[in-house]
Design a protein around this ligand. Sequence first.
Ligand code: ADP
Ligand code: MG
Length: 677
Amino acid sequence: MQLKAPIQYVKGVGPTRAEAFKKLSVTTVGALLRYYPRAYEDWSRVVPIREMPENETCCIRATVCHQPTKIRVPGGLLLYKTSVTDGAGLLNLTFFNNKYIGNQLKEGEEYLFFGKAAYNKYGAREMASPLFQKPHSAHRIRPIYPSSAALPSKTIERCVQNALDSLDAPIPDFLPEEVRTQNGLCTLDEAIRGIHFPSDNKTLETARRRLIFDELFLLQLGLLQMKTRAQTHTTGCVVTRDETQDFAAHLPFTMTNAQSRAVREAVADMRSGEPMNRLLQGDVGSGKTAVAAALVYTAAANGLQSAVMAPTEVLAEQHLRTFENFFAGTNVRTALLTGSMTAAEKRAVKAALADGSVQLAVGTHALIQEDVDFKRLGLVVTDEQHRFGVAQRATLAAKGDSPHILVMSATPIPRTLGLMLYGDLDVSVLDELPPGRQPVETYCVGTSYRPRIYNFLKKHIQKGLQGYIVCPLVEEGESDLVPAQEYYAELQNGAFRGYRLGLLHGRMKPKEKEKVMRAFAAGEIDLLVSTVVIEVGVDVPNAVVMVIENAERFGLSQLHQLRGRVGRGSEKSTCILVSDAQNEEAKARFNVLCETTDGFKIADADLKLRGPGDFFGKRQHGLPALRLADLLRDTGLLVTVRRAAEQLLQTDPTLEMPEHAALRKQTDKMFAAASVG
Ligand code: ADP
Ligand code: MG
């Protein structure tokens, strides 16, 4: 059978299971082989019955003492019980409602049993419904697949095995032999077989390494090529007049050196004749918006329109207000375009963009919808890049005559990772905060300090200032609704009776959230009780106290982002981390925050302290989906991969050589999948 053969022809699949596989996006033999296990049962490490660790899954090698006996229990349930021994210890086994057990387990024969060990109240060892197989079975490490009711893991396992057995030839390898050997990788055929049915842990590691390498390599090739394509491209949006000096005179402040440098770098791009593709990275509060405004102004002076895209309506509105202030008294006309505007409002804005009477459109995703036409779009700015995909960036780029693109991000990303994520972009860094900014004073206290914290908040509120309280986190999968509401009610009816409190949580509709945020920005709310939904980038300079409950549950970078919501004005700001965690790790983490406000240092410390974990949380970074690779865990491999990709592209920049055809197809496929949806 061939890789592209429909899955239903695999032995054991058939039309019904083929339908079920389709729901998992598995329609061909090739796709089935790429449906990787999510975990493994390790049958290779057998423990003696007497050393079974309680409540842990383990593997036992033992002989069946007697044929299973059937016991009918009230309620119609059938139990089958037997016991097994490994010579030194005895283990009782129970199976539920499995009438085949009697035929499957034979007295006097030896099996491997895999299950959770337990001890009953008399100290006897038990295992309920263990998996079992003959000890000479080849599969010592068995795959566990992401399964569904229609497709249990065992079924998938059998289908994968049948598919592998039916292949006419080894799986063709798209990786050039040279790349493979230079990086000490096994063949694709070995890797695919090894990831499903590894003979031992070492084989599994070798297989994983090869497949992870593949994902990162394709990703890197795609990104590097995007960069090359962008560079060899010409643009119809060349800027000839640099008007940034003129704009600087309009600003109510002097740009920092870092801001001026970023503006210079970007303007040089815009004059070069090639489209700009630049990432503007700067910590919260570093003044990215002013940099963008200088470029918008310059574009307008050259007869080019700009679009600024924000991830939420609140941010879009806020950006619009900021830009309006910057452009007061200039010829730059601005307009807002968001999904929630009425049809008539949208029509008016679209008309103004089409006839060129508006030079700057600020908006949300509505801006990339197809029926928005610009007269002459020359600059696209996206804020908080990680929420926009690579593909969305491409859609925007297609709107004008290769407009310049500026991506702004506050997420401090360690260097190797930045290379990977933004491999197609040039980078400007704002490594300096505007002068007069006082670093946010950060303290870590136990919960016994709460009354004092509340007084501290009240003192500020009485001065007309505002604050945030971030609610205790809930367990993953739980709703944040109840705890947030309870906490809010407790404060409103207790310590903060008579104060104007606002509540913000994840279950609110976007409209309701916006209403609360707007009221907070307008100073109509003194204290905002919130779950972690406080929008990245919200700028309320009058808010000066940030209290974070259960601080030990947050990642360092996340705490830093939250803290960045205060310290945005000239008033001294304070961040209070509330936690009763006394362990060394928690203390070390809080210390980093109390001692530095440098986002990059914090991100690095976060990585070191937490390990690769989920540094990004559930946030999307807009890249093609990776199945096995983890951009944080696999940073070591990233460097190797990048070198290999650069080397290859040096000899064949567009992957045109016939021996790279398969590689090119894989790269295209990966990026095509990323642009769907
Ligand atoms: P961010 O990089 O987080 O998006 P903003 O662009 O929102 O930062 O800027 C934060 C605040 O700093 C804004 O209120 C802005 O007006 C102000 N700001 C920006 N640049 C300067 C500067 N050079 N001097 C003084 N204030 C500045
Ligand atoms: Mg911002």
